[in-house]
Design a protein around this ligand. Structure first.
Ligand code: BES
Ligand code: MN
Ligand code: ZN
Length: 488
């Protein structure tokens, strides 16, 4: 779908469908269609008892030749509506256009400065997403909206919004691909394809090289599968001297069966999404290659499939990670942190000032925060605050959980090795984060996002459709643009 900015309604003479985003109790934007049409539209809205509440959407009858189809979409109260309200309303609009098979529309919004134009664009493109490549019947679900023109929008906002939303949709599609299609090898091929298309550097290490480089942790998790692990390192380098250097690390379990500590069937279902962090990394690198910030960015993925077999790693195994620390395996289903031990060690060796990792790490995080909010952990309070601020605008909900509980930390610091890969029943998201912290290099500012909940949506909501969400793509990119490149 193409989103464009237009300066006047006359630029869209051939388009007869209109979408109005309206605050509660404020129908003034309708005046754009001329006062007599606006009057009749207001009457129609009244008779449909449209208030403009968030989530409200009505289709009005044909009232003029200029506007054959008009949708009114509620934004909620003006004082309460934020960027994400506009994103969700725009997604709602595009979902209606899709349902009614209307290929083109003009959108009118009460706010259209740069950030709102960006949010509206994101909402439209995210809302138009569907994953239907495996549906062979032509009818249902295949209709896509071709073009939406936003009246008076900011061109730069539309451009950035398009790049970010397309990158997020790309991540969603990768997450939605099942384990028989995306495995560590094909994920690495996808990274190489992406690098080629968007002029990024890409290095892929195979299972032999993984072992030789000292990444026994990743290697061990991957060895139970007949598809061996891969280590993926993508690099974006700006043309000038970079203002900052950051590594983005993603958990890349292309399928998590639990391994020898096998998951019961209900819990194994949807575990193709255990690569969501990795897919977000690919989406981020794709967006950055187009946004071109003056920042050096490393995208790092340890890709493996966690399977039970005669060659699988076991409980009791003691494994040496890349930074030299020994890990005792208590439970093979706590595999993500084991792969991340090597990925974080590798990232640390690149000496970035900052690392963000994203991982569908623990069910415990979902118990703590619900499935719509990511757990945020950090060793640097101001870095954490910056991410929280960005996340408020992107609508990707995060909530900080503590890392400083030294009694809890003891639970992963026992047994025969330096660390053990689980910390018991309570505070499971925290002990997992503490485990990761063991592999972050000295002096590096680090944020860990446990995205086990928000990486996957069980239902359609706002700009999400059931399935992978691409969570984290927009927050990381915005953070890099806003705080490291300082463009805004
Ligand atoms: N990939 C899972 C975590 C997960 C659960 C993500 C549900 C998304 C939805 C992770 O590898 C896992 O299995 N974690 C275990 C850890 C436990 C064995 C300490 C968990 O959360 O139960
Ligand atoms: Mn697991
Ligand atoms: Zn997992």
């Amino acid at each position: 779908m193409k989103v464009e900015a237009i300066k006047s309604i006359d630029e869209a003479k051939d388009i007869k469908a209109f979408v109005f985003l309206l605050y509660e109790g404020d129908t003034s934007p309708l005046a754009k269609l001329g006062s007599s049409t606006a009057r009749r539209l207001r009457e129609a809205l009244k008779s449909l008892s449209f208030k403009g509440k968030e989530g409200e959407i009505v289709r009005l009858p044909a009232l003029s030749r200029k506007a054959e189809v008009v949708y009114a979409v509620g934004l909620g109260k003006k004082e309460k509506a934020n960027l994400d309200s506009f994103r969700r309303a725009s997604a709602g609009a595009v979902k209606s256009l899709k349902k009614d098979k209307i290929p083109q529309a003009v959108l009118v919004s009460p706010k259209r400065n740069r950030s709102f134009s960006q949010a509206i664009t994101e909402g439209l493109i995210l809302g138009n997403y569907s994953f239907d490549k495996y549906k062979t019947s032509k009818e249902e679900g295949k209709f896509e909206v071709e073009r939406v023109l936003i009246l008076g929008a900011d061109e730069e906002g539309v451009k950035v919004g398009t790049i970010l939303a397309e990158a997020q949709n790309y991540a969603r599609s990768l997450v939605n691909e099942p384990g028989n299609v995306i495995n560590p090898i094909t994920l690495a091929e996808e990274a190489q394809k992406l690098a080629k298309e968007f002029c990024l550097e890409c290095k892929v290490y195979d299972e032999k090289q993984i072992r030789e480089m000292g990444m026994e942790a990743l290697w061990s998790v991957g060895k139970g599968s007949s598809t061996p692990p891969r280590f993926i390192h993508l690099t974006y380098k700006p043309s000038g001297t970079p203002k900052a250097k950051i590594a983005i690390v993603g958990k890349g379990l292309t399928f998590d069966s639990g391994g020898l500590n096998i998951k019961p069937g209900d819990y194994m279902r949807t575990m193709k999404m255990d690569k969501s962090g990795a897919c977000a990394v690919l989406g981020i690198m794709r967006a950055l290659a187009q946004l071109k910030p003056n920042v050096e960015v490393h995208g790092i993925i340890g890709a493996a499939e966690n399977m039970p077999s005669g060659s699988a790693y076991r409980p009791d195994d003691i494994i040496r990670a890349k930074n030299g620390k020994y890990i005792e395996i208590d439970n093979t289903d706590a595999e993500g942190r084991v792969t991340l031990a090597d990925a974080l060690s590798y990232a640390s060796e690149l000496k970035p000032e900052r690392i963000i990792d994203m991982a569908t790490l623990t069910g415990a995080c979902m118990v703590a925060l619900g499935e719509y909010t990511a757990g945020l952990f950090t060793n640097d309070p101001s870095f954490g605050e910056e991410i929280k601020k960005v996340a408020k605008d992107t609508g990707e909900r995060v909530w900080e959980l503590p890392l400083y509980d030294e009694r809890l930390r003891k639970k992963i610091k026992k047994g025969p090795a330096d660390v053990v890969n689980t910390g018991g029943r309570y505070g499971g998201a925290i002990t997992a984060a503490m485990f990761l912290e063991e592999f972050v290099g000295e002096g590096i500012k680090w944020v860990h996002l446990d995205i086990a909940g928000p990486a996957w949506s069980k239902e359609d909501y706002g700009y999400y459709t059931q399935g992978g969400t691409g969570f984290g793509v927009r927050t990381c990119c915005e953070y890099i643009m806003r705080y490291l490149d300082g463009k805004e």
